[in-house]
Ligand binder design. Structure first.
Ligand code: PHE
Length: 501
């Protein structure tokens, strides 16, 4: 019989009497474990070996486990101190013994509950007794901590107790082993020779015609392979790119503009009264350098001021609250990308726009929020607007239904809402795939005349700001936004997460 070299060496290194783990075969044959696995499966297909799988647990001490290994388990320390204080003859006061055992904080409770569980003695109304026959030297959990440290095996039930006590962590992995079958033994007895199996076709082989005579190694797609942990596109970035593709597919063009912008573009152009609570440092981040801009378009500034003071139209009414140009010139990190929509709609960014138009951005915004599972100080907003004659809420809902369905989200819900700059307005909600909770995913509406008239826009504009992170929560099912952002990010999630199309 002839076999490729990598298979032959595995066949020769395997035994008929007991399963040999892949790792052992790898060192015996000098081949990589993934090569050995591939060869083993090929040999199994030929009926020469069987491949078995076992789950083995790698057990590792936690920091607390390591500490107790050196200092002694709290209950053992308590027992030794109790014996020292004579508790094996008559109960002693617990307070004194705890001090002698050097126990404080959470270790006190740990010591007491395990003391009783293990039969070191009894605890009754503040007094401690010690069983004179107990033997802390043979405490199975203490011994197991030493065995874990030495990579020795530990009984399942002791291991489970240590795991419950958070003194060890257990990682399970699959180990494959190879055993010769009767046919495998027969083949070896009859003699097996190595074939020259070629792993890769080369231009030289093609040129010389040698390719016609060689045997090519089979490609085994089931073999274990090393997991490369190289850099890859962050799931949030990947989703942002996908959102852009979807919106471009829906006929939108991309907007761009400054992260730090004047309050004018961020708030005033949006008919946000200057005394609105969202315009304080509680909500937004102000820049001190530069603290002001001086390139605001003068005529637009004037029209916006007039909308704030007097409103627009015949029966319009403004805010009866203060308005200063100085405040409009202040510089903030944008709290929404609606600042970009204002720049574009005003004609300031790319010149006057004739309807119909569709624009979007997927960009960062900054808010002085309190960090929690659903809020960050910065997040990505999916901004968008459509400028056309005669738009209605139905157009807006239809756009969202189409947009979200491209991400498999079919149950978007709407709730009436208030924004100073849109009327009507509504918020969007989606259902979290794991918790079933209904979460807010965006905000939208039709811009008011007080916004559009000063900008010189004469038709309707519907607009929205959606949260990219929330979309990601719906598509990927994670619950804490900090899993994907910042120092608490769940690296395994980021590494393993599939790209969803
Ligand atoms: N600016 C709003 C927000 O950040 C979103 C929005 C944009 C709402 C445009 C209506 C119109 O929540």
């Amino acid at each position: 019989m002839e076999l490729p070299q990598r298979e032959l060496s595995v066949l020769e290194a395997a035994s008929a009497d007991e399963p040999t783990p892949i790792a052992e075969l790898a060192s015996a044959t000098g081949q990589k474990p993934e090569t050995v696995t591939g060869a083993a499966f090929d040999l199994e297909e030929r009926g020469l070996v069987t491949v078995t799988e076992d789950t083995v647990a790698d057990v590792e001490l936690t920091e607390e486990g390591e500490r107790y290994r050196h200092m002694g388990l709290p209950e053992v320390r308590l027992y030794l101190a109790a014996r020292e204080a004579g508790a094996d003859e008559a109960p002693v006061s617990m307070g004194a013994v705890l001090g002698d055992a050097d126990l404080e904080g959470p270790e006190v409770d740990i010591a007491l509950s395990n003391y009783a569980r293990k039969g070191y003695g009894e605890i009754a109304s503040g007094d401690l007794s010690a069983d004179p026959d107990a033997d802390p030297e043979s405490d199975p959990e203490a011994a197991a901590l030493d065995r874990v440290a030495a990579d020795d095996t530990v009984d399942d039930d002791v291991r489970e107790t240590l795991e419950r006590r958070d003194l060890v962590v257990v990682h399970e992995r699959t180990v494959r082993s190879v055993t010769l079958t009767d046919d495998g033994v027969d083949a070896l007895m009859a003699g097996v020779e190595a074939t020259e199996a070629v792993g890769q076709l080369t231009p030289e082989m093609l040129a010389s015609g040698e390719w016609e005579d060689v045997e090519f190694a089979d490609y085994n797609v089931e073999a274990d392979a090393e997991t490369p942990s190289s850099g890859k596109t962050h799931v949030l970035r990947a989703t942002a790119e996908r959102v852009k593709d979807v919106l471009v597919g829906m006929g939108f063009e991309e907007m761009e503009g400054p992260h730090a912008d004047s309050e004018f573009w961020i708030n005033d152009a949006l008919f946000m009264p200057q005394d609105h609570p969202a315009r304080t440092h509680w909500d937004q981040f102000a820049l001190s350098e530069p603290s002001e801009v001086d390139d605001l378009p003068a005529d637009l500034l004037e029209r916006v001021e007039s909308a704030h003071r007097e409103g627009v139209g015949d029966d319009g009414d403004g805010y009866h609250s203060p308005w200063t140009e100085e405040m409009a010139r202040g510089v903030d990190l944008r709290g929404h990308t609606t600042s970009l929509s204002m720049r574009y709609l005003s004609g300031h960014q790319v010149g006057d726009l004739e309807p119909p138009q569709r624009y979007f951005s997927v960009e960062k915004v900054y808010r002085n929020d309190t960090l929690d599972a659903t809020h960050l100080l910065e997040f990505f907003q999916i901004e968008g607007w459509v400028m056309a004659e005669d738009l209605s809420v139905r157009d807006l809902m239809g756009t969202f239904t189409e947009f979200y369905s491209q991400f498999g989200i079919e149950d978007v819900r709407f709730k009436p809402h208030y924004n100073p700059y849109t009327e009507p307005s509504f918020e969007l909600f989606g259902t979290h795939p794991r918790t079933g909770e209904v979460i807010e995913i965006g905000n939208s509406g039709l811009f008011r005349p007080e916004v559009l008239e000063p900008l010189g826009v004469e038709c309707d504009v519907m607009a929205w700001g959606l949260a990219l992170e929330r979309l990601l929560m719906l598509t990927h099912g994670f619950e804490d936004i900090r899993d994907v952002h910042g120092t608490l990010a769940d690296i395994d999630f980021l590494r393993d997460t599939e790209v969803v199309y």
